[in-house]
Design a protein around this ligand. Structure first.
Ligand SMILES: [Ca+2]
Ligand SMILES: [Ca+2]
Length: 189
């Protein structure tokens, strides 16, 4: 093991031994993202569904996929805090009309297992294929995937993917050591 990694390993061990924080550390979200249960969410700007997916992928995430009433409630609360009236959901019926599939951050695509459509939705009006949620009533609608002036992008990733936070601080032996993750993904003091 490289010296830096040995030092990091010792640092983490000290944390586990004295503070029992490994669970907290392993469930950390990166800065500028918000945690709910085991997911981290990043709230970005307005763009099309496809471009939003690209934005999310650039930061190692995907469009959010809402899978419970609790998650839906969390999302609309966070949207309201940010004055976001509409946001994309990472599900579409673009491939087969009426067969809604969702694209998850782990790269898997699965049939939609939870939905909270408004009573008259999805209506596929003029061939709408992308799912969205509105924060006024928390209900879902299908809309035009190419719509570029209404829907905000909310990215989601599993927080357990972040096994080591970008900065690990140790106060052992009266010293403080900070580690940052470089562009190559390596940790260094
Ligand atoms: Ca459709
Ligand atoms: Ca619709």
């Amino acid at each position: 093991m490289e010296p830096q990694l040995v030092r990091l390993s010792k640092t983490v061990t000290i944390f586990v031994t004295f503070f029992g924080l490994i669970k907290t550390l392993s469930a950390a979200c990166l800065p500028n993202s918000t945690q709910f249960e085991s997911s981290c969410y990043s709230f970005l700007n307005i763009t099309t569904w496809a471009n939003g997916q690209k934005w999310c992928q650039e930061i190692g995430t995907m469009h959010m996929v809402i899978e419970s009433a609790e998650e839906n409630a969390f999302i609309i609360q966070e949207m309201r805090l940010r004055d976001m009236a509409h946001a994309w959901i990472g599900c579409s019926d673009e491939q087969t009309e009426g067969a809604w599939v969702c694209h998850f951050a782990d790269g898997v695509t699965r049939a939609m297992s939870y939905a909270d459509w408004r009573s008259d939705q999805p209506n596929n009006w003029k061939n709408q294929d992308c799912a969205s949620v509105r924060s006024d009533n928390g209900k879902w609608m299908d809309d035009f995937c190419h719509h570029h002036e209404r829907f905000y992008v909310v990215c989601e990733t599993n927080s357990t993917k972040v096994e080591i936070p970008p900065a690990v601080v140790s106060s052992s032996a009266g010293t403080v050591t900070c580690y940052i993750m470089g562009a190559d993904g390596r940790l260094r003091p």
